[in-house]
Write a protein that binds this ligand. Structure first.
Ligand code: NAD
Length: 354
């Protein structure tokens, strides 16, 4: 259970009334560093929050200004690490307008009394559909065929059908299980692995729960749907690639960190891995020469982290986040009164102090 540290001063307005805003009677201030659904910004403003909308703000700029804000809202682009949380001396809420919270330093947030609010489940459908899209793109060489045609070359590249193949799903939470459901009409064998036991749901979706080694050995297509908060090292490493079928396809819509980059490069170079289709990179945008080499390969297709980039998913992010943001703002606005001994007593409700 996360608790928000009270503001440094009780929110008393200049006119002596209890202010419904930030410390010193000034408005609560929020900085938005990525493009998010306008409804979230509108709702913050409706609750008296002074919002600076700066999509694309750099880390350096944010570090220079973060001390002024009570609320920081962004997507997954910028890690919210110890340095940001410590420089944000007034920071009380970090809103992550996304599903994953793996690049937020939770320990530092807790130490500094900062509450993290995200949008679990918002992108389930969109990511499951993207995993299916990447699967077909990999099976049929759709991208390369089209790119060659645009380049003036008419070349009929061959592919294989999805029907009859074995799809291994690693991580059977919201997105992994939805992906299994989406695959049902395609006549595939779905095998799944998860660190949690979840046989009931697996059977319901006509899938089979297997150990990780068996999944790696049997799958023609492996799709990753783990949450990286639960993992300190890559889920797919050199030994995982060694266990895969020759020419297997790996789909990664999770995080680049779920796959060991060097092992991936080796398995692509040796031909062990047939195709790597991904929505995520180690650096976004990419900059490491090794990842640029991977992106350029013919048997690699990487989209620019568009898993949740649909109108529907972004609308759901707003729907899921807004009530929790509003609740946290209300908690912050509640006044704190010094007790006789000089300590702060618990927050009082407004109706006691009208
Ligand atoms: N590409 C995108 O834009 C995008 C959008 C949304 C979510 N995501 C990613 O998808 C991930 C999954 O989302 P979700 O809503 O399904 O999460 P979830 O928490 O519902 O499910 C994750 C599942 O993975 C399992 N798991 C974790 N580590 C594992 C391991 N090593 N081996 C096997 N199972 C493991 C967990 O037990 C859990 O059941 C998110 O954490 C996020 O990183 C990406």
């Amino acid at each position: 259970m996360q608790t928000i540290k009270p503001l440094d001063k009780s929110p008393t307005a200049a006119n002596g009334n209890i202010a419904v805003n930030g410390h010193d009677g000034s408005a609560l201030r929020a900085i938005v560093i990525d493009k998010i659904d306008a409804k979230i910004i509108k709702e913050l403003r409706r609750h008296g929050v002074d919002v600076k909308d700066s999509p694309g703000m750099s880390r350096g700029e944010l570090l220079g200004e973060i001390g002024q804000y009570h609320i920081l809202i962004g997507r997954t682009r910028m890690p919210v690490d110890k340095e940001i949380l410590e420089k944000g001396t007034n920071l009380r809420i970090v809103g992550r307008a996304a599903v994953g919270t793996d690049n937020i330093d939770f320990a530092a947030a807790e130490r500094n009394g900062v509450k993290v609010i995200n949008a679990p489940g918002a992108a389930t459908e969109s990511v499951a559909e993207l995993a299916l899209t990447l699967t077909f793109m990999a099976l049929r060489g759709v991208y390369n065929g089209s790119a060659m045609l645009k380049n003036g070359e008419f070349f009929k590249n061959s592919g294989v059908e999805l029907a009859g193949k074995t799809v291994g799903i690693i991580g059977f939470g919201r997105i992994g299980s939805r992906f299994a459901e989406v695959l049902r009409p395609f006549n595939v064998n779905v095998i799944v692995n998860d660190i949690a036991k979840m046989n009931g749901r697996v059977k319901e979706l006509g899938a089979e729960f297997v150990g990780m080694n068996e999944l790696l050995a049997r799958s023609d297509i492996i799709s990753l749907h783990v949450n990286m908060e639960a993992n300190t090292k890559p889920v797919i490493d050199g030994s995982s690639f060694a266990m895969m079928k020759d020419g297997a396809i790996l789909i990664n819509t999770v995080r680049a960190a779920a796959v060991d980059m060097h092992a991936l490069q080796r398995s692509l170079a040796s031909g062990k891995l047939g195709f790597y289709a991904s929505d995520v990179l180690w650096n976004e945008p990419p900059k490491d020469p090794k990842e640029l080499e991977i992106i350029a390969k013919d048997n690699v297709l990487i989209t620019p982290h568009i898993g949740a980039q649909t109108n529907e998913a972004q609308g759901r992010v707003a729907e899921i986040m807004i009530p929790n943001l509003v609740e946290a703002i209300k908690e912050l606005k509640r006044p704190v009164y010094p007790a006789d001994n000089g300590d702060f007593v618990d927050r009082l409700e407004y109706h006691f102090i009208e």
